[in-house]
Design a binder for this molecule. Structure first.
Ligand SMILES: C[S@@+](CC[C@H](N)C(=O)[O-])C[C@H]1O[C@@H](n2cnc3c(N)ncnc32)[C@H](O)[C@@H]1O
Length: 357
């Protein structure tokens, strides 16, 4: 499939376009520029397991003002093709580090600064997931959720393999037995949840985008497996009395603006001895190569590909420093363990249990 076609059909260019040096300096991903058929997710989420090769190549260019970012976006709009546009965007990052300097990242003043930056990026004065997290192109275009639920047919088997490894690692880490209850928030096309359901788990999925939920129902009907699939936002549940053995976010939690409230709400959703899990999220460890692109405890990721997605669709595309993320969990009463996937950053899984449980 051509890169450009895929981009029009399903684009969630999450995470980062570049690789970075050991010194924490972001560098341009060779893949992003050299192989135009590679979908943005490949470029956008190159695994953070730097090799000597990753330490080579030019640094991402810093843009110090939003006016400069807009000039690149304008140039991007004039690009003749999507690959050309991606190649251009992957050259830059926006240095937004000062936006909330000195503010407590758990304070409403900090949240206000993030929303101010969101307004600058998107041109929208307020953020509402039910409105801003939709993927309207799914309704208009022909994603076949039966034969090729993305990421199938999105890129090479290298790209697909990264997902397969991640799904395998996450499922192994969660170690759910048949009959145990899994709730996945933001399942997208539902591959992971459907695998758990095929293995006998009692699965519920909740996504804000109706086309994804319809796509999951179609797959489960064809496979003759039960699944409870509902349109809704993070934190909502079809049955308020139901408790889950595991509540999973895979590449989804970074859309949660009010994530601290959500972490507290999850106490009413996970079973007493249940877990909440976060996999494939842009949670950046100290000294990590991606640090320059999340230059604050949390906020919009500042690579231009992520900013372009926010600008174009209005999505919230956050990144978190790991120290902030673990403190957020602790404050909400969760104790976390990090499971590092040996093959891909996408598979890294943070599993949290109630403190003292
Ligand atoms: C980057 S996609 C990840 C999809 C899937 N987990 C995967 O990795 O292929 C993020 C998903 O979260 C959903 N989403 C974003 N914000 C949401 C919200 N506030 N409530 C529920 N779903 C949300 C999107 O519709 C999308 O399906």
């Amino acid at each position: 499939m051509k890169f450009g076609r895929w981009w029009r059909r399903r684009v969630r260019p999450h995470l980062f376009p570049g690789r970075a040096t050991k010194q924490g300096r972001a560098v341009r991903s060779k893949k992003a520029g050299a192989e135009p058929e590679v979908p943005p997710q490949v470029a956008a989420f190159a695994p953070a397991n730097p090799t000597s090769e990753a330490a080579q190549g030019p640094m991402l260019q810093r843009l110090g003002s939003w006016a400069e970012v807009e000039r690149v976006f304008d140039a991007g709009k004039k690009c003749g093709s999507e690959p050309e546009r991606i190649e251009l965007l992957c050259k830059y990052y926006f240095d937004a580090g000062g936006i909330a300097e000195g503010l407590d990242p758990f304070s409403s003043a900090y949240l206000d600064q993030v929303l101010k930056l969101y307004a600058t990026i998107t041109g929208q004065q307020r953020y509402d997931a039910a409105h801003n997290e939709l993927a309207p192109y799914l309704a208009n275009q022909s994603v076949n959720f039966l034969s090729a639920p993305p990421p199938y047919r999105v890129g090479s088997t290298d790209f697909l393999g990264e997902f397969l490894v991640s799904w395998g690692f996450i499922l192994k880490t969660l170690a759910l037995k048949p009959g145990q209850k899994l709730l996945e928030y933001g399942p997208g096309s539902g591959n992971l949840a459907i695998m758990a359901a095929r293995n006998g788990c009692d699965v519920t999925v909740v996504d804000v985008e109706r086309s994804y939920i319809d796509g999951i129902k179609r797959q489960c009907d064809a496979l003759e497996i039960p699944i409870k699939a509902h349109v809704g936002e993070f934190g909502s549940v079809p049955d308020p009395n139901e408790r889950f053995d595991a509540v999973l976010f895979f590449e989804a939690f970074h859309h949660a603006l009010r994530h601290n409230d959500l972490l507290c709400d999850l106490h009413n959703i996970a079973a007493d001895d249940g877990v909440i899990a976060f996999a494939g999220e842009p949670i950046i460890a100290a000294g990590d190569f991606w640090e320059p692109l999340v230059p604050f405890p949390w906020g919009p990721r500042c690579d231009l590909l992520s900013l372009w997605a926010m600008h174009t669709y209005g999505w919230m595309e956050l990144g978190f420093r790991e120290s902030y993320f673990t403190e957020a969990l602790a404050r909400a009463g969760w104790q976390v363990a990090k499971h590092v996937c040996p093959i891909t950053f996408r598979g890294n899984t943070f599993v949290a249990r109630r403190s003292g449980a």
